[in-house]
Design a protein around this ligand. Structure first.
Ligand SMILES: NC(=O)c1ccc[n+]([C@@H]2O[C@H](COP(=O)([O-])OP(=O)(O)OC[C@H]3O[C@@H](n4cnc5c(N)ncnc54)[C@H](OP(=O)(O)O)[C@@H]3O)[C@@H](O)[C@H]2O)c1
Length: 271
C-alpha cells in the first residue's frame, strides 16, 4: 500500500504511541503525516522526535489527510465537533480512538459516514499493542483494509461487529497495561523485600509476564487450565495462589474492571 496521508487531531500520549509504531514501520514523513495540538510545547516535542508536520490548526489536518485519527480526550471532543463538523469530503476516513464515544455521535457530529471506532493501547509504542475496532457500514472492503493496515502497525488488531465490546475493551485492554504494571510493581516490591536486586527482578518479572501473555495467545488451553497445569498441589505456586484466594484478589479485579467500565461510560457522557 502506498504511503497514506494520515492526520492526528490531538498529539498527546496515545497519538504519540501510534506515531512511534508508525515510525518503527517507516510510515512517517513530513509530507504525509500531520498532527494538530493546541500546545506549542507538545508540537515542538513531536516535531523534534519524529519526521512529521505539526500545526495548531485542526482544519489543516483535515484538509491534508486521507485518514484522520481523533485522539483527543472525550471531554475535549465537543469543540472539535463544532469546529470540524461538515468540513470532510466523502472519501475521507475517520478513526476515533476516543474512549466511550459512539460511532453514531461521530457520524452526526462530523457529517461524515466513514467512521471507525478503535480501542488501541499504549503498548502500540513498541508495536505490541492490541486494538479492537469496528467500522461503520459505509466503509467499503477496500477502506476497511486501509484501516486494518494502519491499526496492524500498532500490533495485532481485531475487528468486532458489536460496538458494546469497544467499551469493554476500554476497561480490559485500553487500561490493561496499567493493571499489568501494577501487578509487576507489586512483584518488584516483594522481590526487593526478599533481597533480590532491582535489575535482576525487572528482567525476571518483565519476561515472565510477557512470556505468559504469549503462551495464553498460542496455547489451545484456556487460561484457567494453564494456571492449573503449573500449580502442583502442596507446592510453592499453590501456596501463593491460596493467599490470592483468601484475599479475594479475583473479586477485587472484577470490581476494578467494573469501575473502569463505569468511568468510561461517565467520560463518554462528557463528550
Ligand atoms: N492513554 C491510553 O492508554 C489510551 C488508550 C486507548 C485510548 N485512549 C484514548 O485516546 C484519547 C487520547 O488520550 P491520551 O491519553 O493521549 O490523552 P492526552 O495525552 O491528554 O492527549 C490528548 C491531546 O489532545 C490535545 N487537545 C485538547 N483539545 C484539543 C483540540 N480541541 N484539538 C486538538 N487537540 C486537542 C491535548 O492538548 P492539552 O493537553 O493541551 O489539552 C492533548 O495533547 C482519549 O480519548 C482516550 O480515551 C487512550
Amino acid at each position: 500500500m502506498d504511503k497514506l496521508k494520515i492526520g492526528f487531531i490531538g498529539g498527546g500520549n496515545m497519538a504519540e504511541a501510534i506515531l512511534s509504531a508508525l515510525s518503527r514501520k517507516g510510515a512517517l514523513d513530513k509530507e504525509n503525516i500531520t498532527v494538530s495540538d493546541p500546545s506549542d510545547m507538545r508540537r515542538q516535542i513531536l516535531a523534534d522526535k519524529y519526521p512529521l508536520t505539526t500545526t495548531a490548526s485542526n482544519l489543516e489536518v483535515v484538509e491534508k489527510s486521507e485518514v484522520i485519527i481523533l485522539a483527543v480526550k472525550p471531554q475535549n471532543l465537543s469543540p472539535v465537533l463544532a469546529e470540524l463538523g461538515g468540513r470532510f469530503n466523502p472519501s475521507q476516513l475517520v478513526i476515533s480512538i476516543i474512549a466511550g464515544v459512539k460511532i453514531r455521535k461521530l457520524v452526526e457530529g462530523l457529517g461524515i459516514d466513514k467512521v471507525t471506532r478503535a480501542m488501541p493501547n499504549i503498548l502500540a509504542q513498541i508495536g505490541q499493542g492490541v486494538t479492537l475496532w469496528i467500522a461503520s457500514q459505509a466503509l467499503s472492503q477496500e477502506e476497511k483494509a486501509k484501516v486494518r493496515y494502519i491499526l496492524s502497525m500498532l500490533g495485532p488488531e481485531l475487528a468486532t461487529e458489536n460496538e458494546e465490546e469497544l467499551d469493554i475493551a476500554t476497561a480490559i485492554s485500553g487500561s490493561g497495561p496499567a493493571y499489568a504494571f501494577f501487578f509487576m510493581e507489586s512483584l518488584m516490591e516483594a522481590a526487593k523485600a526478599l533481597g533480590m536486586s532491582e535489575s535482576t527482578a525487572k528482567m525476571l518479572i518483565g519476561q515472565t509476564l510477557s512470556g505468559s501473555g504469549q503462551l495464553v495467545i498460542e496455547s489451545s488451553y484456556d487460561i484457567g487450565e494453564l494456571r492449573r497445569r503449573v500449580t502442583s498441589p502442596g507446592g510453592t505456586t499453590a501456596a501463593a495462589l491460596k493467599v490470592f484466594e483468601e484475599e479475594n484478589i479475583k473479586g477485587a479485579i472484577k470490581k476494578a474492571i467494573e469501575a473502569a467500565f463505569k468511568r468510561s461510560k461517565e467520560l463518554s457522557e462528557l463528550a
